[in-house]
Design a protein around this ligand. Structure first.
Ligand SMILES: *Cc1c(COP(=O)(O)O)cnc(C)c1O
Length: 393
């Protein structure tokens, strides 16, 4: 109906732009758990809200359109979406998965799926030869997350998808960091796109939600069966919150990406910063792939300070960002991966992956970037001052 629109317009003018019964410009929140059936032999469109709820369905339709898939599914969290999608696998199947995958996914694969006889190999997905070596006769799934967290490594979605097709395996892509506004994995050959809608899609740090979009209608039917069987569906109020957030996705991301680029340059030029990880920078090792498959480097970057003392003074003195877990919000969020997202990883393995004790991750929000730069600059100055005193003392 509206496929000729650009993404920006599509966010507002999609099939749920108006409520057909009232003309309301916001999708009604339907709380009913059950629906009256007027015929004993043939039920209406809705019977029970786990199996189908019109508010949730509106969100599912919208995300399917935006990701250019055939069908969308809304879950009670990103992990519920990811875990339900994993249930497409069976005993004795094998997963090739990116080694710097989201912590919750790492836990699901390494501590839960193994109990059901589903094995895995963690690989550096930026290294296609390593990926090829990890393939086994029973490999049924390639699991990609790009850019990855927190060192923002970029995986070539198209190359992995081609490899997967050769082996009759599926490709799942966690698209949380870029969203369909800036990256469309299904168009690049993936089979299922997964989201923590808790992050950029809803964007306001006020809802926990997950989404999945499937390209092939037959596979979509299988995922629907699992969504209904496992039952980790998203509630109507939360579905509405995600739809409300989605309307401003384009402008939010555009602004945050612009600021992230400015900040990446600022950090890169600062003497107290060892290294900046941001796929929007030309010196990023996979800059060309990112340029090819995505619209931008995204709104998340990481930076490694000279040492842990400097990092600690910096965090103590910085005023604007919230210091917290999570990302993709209107407010900037500063995280400490070593103690937050990657606390469960053994230190040696963590440091080997670049997640040092002086690495910080920043999800750039909607503050004026000049205010952020001033705040960071002042905090770094303070870190320098107190560290000099510390050295002398
Ligand atoms: C947060 C996150 C998840 C998990 O989503 P929840 O909504 O917290 O369950 C999965 N993948 C990525 C990349 C994330 O950032």
């Amino acid at each position: 109906m509206s496929n000729h629109y650009t993404f920006q317009t599509h966010l507002l003018h999609n099939q749920h732009k108006l409520d057909p019964t009232t003309g309301a410009v916001s999708v009604p929140v339907q709380h009913a758990s059950t629906f009256h059936q007027s015929d004993i032999d043939s039920f209406g469109r809705y019977d029970y809200a786990r199996s189908g709820n019109p508010t949730r369905e509106a969100l599912e339709d919208i995300i399917a359109e935006l990701e250019e898939g055939t069908r969308g599914f809304a879950f009670s969290s990103g992990m519920a979406a990811i875990s339900t999608a994993f249930m497409l696998l069976s005993q004795n199947d094998h997963v090739v998965i990116t080694e710097d995958v989201y912590g919750g996914t790492f836990r699901m694969v390494s501590q839960v799926l193994v109990r059901f006889g589903i094995s895995h190999t963690f690989v550096d997905m930026t290294d296609l030869e390593a990926v090829k070596k990890a393939i086994r006769p029973n490999t049924k799934l390639f699991y990609v997350e790009t850019p990855s967290n927190p060192t923002l490594k970029v995986t070539d979605i198209k190359a992995i998808s081609e490899l997967a097709k050769e082996h009759d395996a599926l490709v799942f892509v966690d698209n949380t960091f870029l969203t369909p506004a800036h990256q469309k994995p299904l168009a690049l050959g993936a089979d299922i796109v997964l989201h923590s809608a808790t992050k950029f899609l809803s964007g306001h740090s006020d809802v926990v939600a997950g989404l999945a979009v499937v390209k092939d209608p037959e596979l979509a039917q299988k995922l629907y069966f699992l969504q209904n069987s496992f039952g980790a569906v998203l509630g109507p109020q939360d579905s509405w919150l995600v739809m409300r957030g989605l309307k401003t996705l384009h402008v939010r991301l555009e602004q945050s990406v612009k600021s992230a680029m400015k900040l990446a340059n600022f950090f890169q030029d600062h003497p107290l910063i060892n290294q900046v990880y941001y796929p929007g920078l030309e010196n990023h090792p996979q800059f060309d792939i990112q340029q090819r498959q995505a619209e931008s480097g995204g709104a998340v970057l990481s930076f490694d300070l000279l040492n842990e003392d400097i990092m600690r003074t910096f965090v103590k003195n910085v005023k604007i960002p919230v210091f917290a877990v999570s990302l993709g919000a209107v407010e900037s969020i500063l995280s400490y991966p070593a103690k937050m997202s990657h606390a469960a990883m053994p230190e040696e393995e963590r440091v080997q992956r670049g997640i040092t004790n002086s690495l910080l991750r920043l999800s750039v929000g909607l503050e004026n970037p000049d205010d952020l730069i001033k705040d960071f600059s002042d905090a770094l100055d303070e870190a320098k001052r107190s560290n000099l005193i510390y050295d002398r003392g």
